[in-house]
Design a protein around this ligand. Structure first.
Ligand code: NIG
Ligand code: FE
Length: 408
């Protein structure tokens, strides 16, 4: 049993401390952890003797994964672009021709809420099937008032209708939508729509906790990102940021300056950015699924981030353009082979550190008394086998708040 007990968030050497209990047991009551420790000790408790017993027979138990970066709501895959990319077109070339994010925006605007919900529910079941119990979800494929509100409302509805907890983020600043592109002042006009209209509306309806911006070449500048995130802060939406994915824009320094909860991607980050993150409480969320799917070779400098002292997290970035996966175990495999993180570091990054980036580390992300009973059981003998196996699913059972939500 990997408890991940102790203080969160973890930096440096502390990322390797999994709080392992050999032959462990966890006692669950009313959806919470009532006791956790060596099985003989837990089993002796009076409350344990009356409890329903589940023997996982030598398998590995750990906290449910917390996926701190997903674009849950979209209406279709972009398999046609995947093929173009394999044939040599770059992600940015495709985007310049109206493909990419705008392709998904066109499709989402044409979809009904019901169609979007059906696709999202199927995805949520797959998240659960791979051991994930909480996800963050971003809007950003609507990019007009009605469509963005539709997506955020779906986050809320889905959170109430199925077991995976959904943390909602407003990403109206994903790219400038097509109807704003033919005017010289188009991008400023769109930023104003976000800051003066959408952000107040999202906040007053309680539709998001966080505000994100895609700060990059072809999306929003550092100055525009600051404008959007500052408006978010004024309306009680905490910043997160897509930073230094395709080019270095200074987004990381902006994230730190604004006290962002997380700063994500970081493939193009430099030494000063790494030091700034290490001195801050902004989580460096790495998304190796993107580089893998796009066939890129420059992964984020995870080792330097860890060694310098940044709070490193891992996430799927589930989305139709750069990372179509719901599998956190696959992300752990990539973190180990491509980012050179150890299996222990990767597990910490995908649980307690990710929970911290969502402001939920006191409730989820580790197996400790009084925390929510969110856990995953893997059909392996050694926790290192979770990332070691890839392309197969070794998740055997997933539990959310004490209820089984997936059983192999
Ligand atoms: O996190 N980089 C911006 N957003 C997504 C990709 C969105 C898309 O291509 O549809 C990401 O990689
Ligand atoms: Fe993303």
């Amino acid at each position: 049993m990997l408890t991940l007990r102790g203080r969160g968030p973890r930096r440096g050497a502390a990322l390797s401390q999994l709080g392992i209990i050999k032959d462990g047991a966890v006692l669950v009551r009313d959806g919470r952890i009532a006791a956790v420790g060596p099985a003989p000790k837990v089993e002796k408790l009076a409350a344990a003797r009356k409890a329903e017993k589940m023997d996982v027979a030598g398998r590995v138990v750990l906290p449910g994964f917390v996926d701190s970066h997903t674009h849950l709501i979209h209406s279709a895959s972009r398999a046609e672009e995947y093929e173009l990319k394999i044939q040599g077109a770059s992600y940015e070339e495709i985007a310049r021709k109206g493909g990419g994010i705008l392709n998904s925006v066109k499709k989402l605007r044409a979809a009904t809420s019901q169609q979007l919900k059906r696709r999202a529910r199927a995805a949520l079941e797959l998240f659960a099937a791979h051991g994930t119990t909480t996800i963050e979800a971003k809007s950003g494929y609507g990019l007009d008032v009605a469509s963005e509100l539709k997506i955020l409302s779906l986050h809320k509805e889905l959170g109430a209708e199925q077991p995976i907890e959904i943390v909602s983020t407003f990403l109206g600043a994903h790219v400038v939508p097509v109807e704003f592109r033919n005017k010289a002042t188009g991008s400023e006009d769109y930023v104003r729509l976000l800051t003066d209209w959408l952000i107040p509306e999202v906040s007053s309806n309680g539709l998001a906790e966080y505000c994100d911006v895609f700060c990059d070449r072809g999306a929003f500048s550092r100055a525009q990102s600051k404008q959007v995130l500052a408006a978010g802060i004024d309306h009680k939406l905490t910043p997160r940021l897509h930073a230094e994915q395709l080019s270095r824009t200074g987004a990381t320094q902006l994230a730190v300056e604004l006290g962002a909860a997380s700063c994500d991607h970081l493939e193009q980050i430099n030494g000063a950015d790494i030091r700034a993150l290490a001195k801050s409480n902004t989580v460096a969320a790495l998304l190796p699924g993107c580089d893998f799917h796009l066939g890129l070779r420059q992964y984020a400098p995870a080792r330097k981030l860890i060694e310098t002292g940044a709070i490193v997290a891992l996430a799927t970035d589930y989305n139709p353009g750069t990372s179509p996966t719901m599998s956190m175990p696959m992300i752990l495999s990539l973190a180990c082979t491509q980012l050179r993180m150890t299996p222990a570091e990767a597990i910490t990054a995908a649980t307690i550190n990710a929970a911290y980036s969502l402001g939920r580390h006191k409730r989820i992300g580790s197996l400790e008394v009084d925390k929510q009973a969110d856990l995953a059981v893997f059909d392996v003998e050694d926790y290192r086998e979770i990332p070691y196996y890839f392309g197969v699913n070794t998740c055997w059972l997933t539990m959310k708040g004490g209820h089984t939500i997936h059983a192999a």
